[in-house]
Design a protein around this ligand. Structure first.
Ligand code: ZN
Length: 438
């Protein structure tokens, strides 16, 4: 293994580069295609340069951008339209619909089978009942559309008046088919307490072609193969995108800052990439994967919301070489890592993994299931602690150093093997939303 020097651990403790970047990012509207996303790309590139990583490039690409207007839900003479009650879901078309409410609980496939939804407005809570597999938002939305419903309402699953946001519809079809809003758990329970004749959902929003961009910078020797360290730089326009994913960008910069002085110890090159437009359908990483020679990519370490706690959770997608490298590095630091091996399509590792390229996504272990504050107004800087960021930077920095070691073997696989490893409930969800890539 490549030992991770004490000086690197010491500088992780003192470094302010990541936190300073985070502090800047949270004040920008980094929704894909918005001006703040372009500014985020610029400040991320600058932060990478400042910690000593050169060759910064910004690569623009076209997306379907989305801008919110007003949205509301009305029933029984009451109108909810405050920003902490109702938010339009990104990619929702503008529209005004009134219909009966079909309450599908968590919107599991079973619930859709039991109900004849017809032309109702579907209400489904985020996530899944305890002990059953997570059901993605896009699957619930896709089933609602397939069943002929006229509106889609996603309810929050946590207390605190926090309507969830999240892109709906296919990544490359804009706008989506039916008006869709997120409502807080509290508004959902108000609706569920009533026997409603009718509920109205209204959304005004604008969809138009826009530009997003990926940022990259390079460290170490020019070699045939490289390790990628990645994080998405866009965010939702609800909340500050502090944990999702200002934190990932901050961690990326901290890893760069730890590895820059160790450049001589890198057997192969390390490329740092900030992806745009992750939140509207994993567009930046798909763009990157589709336009680069992936045989050059030895492994991808993607950081999405790592740093919400001090213990690393690494989703390895079953790539043993990545697990071994990070486990070796963590053992030497005497810190635990929680490894998850299930193949899941929920972040920027997916365009690589679905092509057989070894990629993992780093989160932190959470006390409770689900997304935490992510995708709500509650995703703000005050919830975060820079000591957690340090811990993530150290263990991930040491892990990346190990992945860049010539003696570390990480094998590409046949995409058909990935396809066969996707759990049935995940496959169903991808198919129901037109995202199955195989
Ligand atoms: Zn994210």
């Amino acid at each position: 293994m490549t030992p991770f020097p004490d000086t690197a651990i010491g500088s992780a403790y003192r470094s302010t580069a990541g936190w300073d970047l985070l502090d800047t990012l949270v004040d920008l509207d980094r929704m894909a295609g918005h001006d703040g996303e372009a500014e985020a790309a610029r400040v991320l590139a600058e932060a990478l340069r400042e910690v000593g990583v050169d060759g910064t490039q910004i690569q623009p690409f076209e997306i379907d951008g989305w801008w919110r207007g007003e949205s509301a839900i009305e029933a029984d003479g009451r109108r909810f339209d405050g920003s902490h009650e109702v938010v339009a879901l990104p990619n929702s078309p503008s529209g005004d619909v009134s219909a009966t409410l079909a309450d599908l609980g968590h919107g599991t496939p079973g619930a859709f089978e039991e109900h004849d939804v017809g032309d109702a407005v579907v209400l489904a809570t985020r996530g899944a009942p305890e002990d059953s597999p997570w059901v993605q938002r896009w699957e619930k939305y896709g089933r609602a559309v397939d069943d002929g419903s006229v509106g889609f309402v996603l309810a929050g699953d946590a207390d605190g008046c926090l309507p969830p946001t999240g892109h709906i519809g296919a990544p490359n079809r804009s706008p989506a088919a039916i008006p869709s809003v997120g409502i807080s758990k509290e508004v959902a329970s108000w609706l569920r307490r009533r026997d409603l004749e009718s509920v109205s959902v209204s959304v005004s929003a604008e969809s138009r072609t826009a530009e997003s961009r990926n940022v990259e910078a390079f460290l170490g020797p020019e070699t045939e193969r490289e390790v990628l360290v990645t994080a998405h730089l866009d965010a939702h326009d609800v909340g500050d995108g502090a944990e999702d994913n200002g934190l990932g960008c901050a961690t990326l910069v901290e890893i760069a800052s730890l590895l820059a002085p160790l450049e001589e110890q890198l057997d192969i090159g390390v490329r740092f990439v900030g992806f745009g437009a992750e939140e509207i359908g994993i567009r930046g990483s798909e763009q990157w994967a589709a336009t680069h020679d992936l045989d050059r990519v030895k492994a991808v370490m993607n950081v999405d919301t790592a740093g919400t706690g001090r213990t690393l959770k690494l989703k390895t997608m079953g790539f043993e070489g990545i697990e071994t490298a990070v486990d070796t590095a963590a053992d030497a630091l005497e810190v635990p890592v929680a490894f998850e091996r299930e193949v899941i399509p929920d972040s920027d590792h997916w365009p690589f993994v679905s092509r057989g390229i070894p990629a993992a996504t780093a989160n932190s272990v959470r006390e409770t299931r689900g997304r935490g504050w992510g995708h709500t107004h509650g995703d703000t800087l005050d919830k975060l602690d820079r000591r957690d960021l340090r811990e993530m930077a150290i263990v991930l920095g040491a892990g990346v150093l190990e992945l860049a070691n010539d003696d570390t073997t990480v094998r590409q696989v046949d995409p058909a093997d990935v396809r066969d490893a996707v759990p049935e409930h995940t496959r169903r969800g991808l198919e129901a939303s037109g995202r199955w890539p195989f």
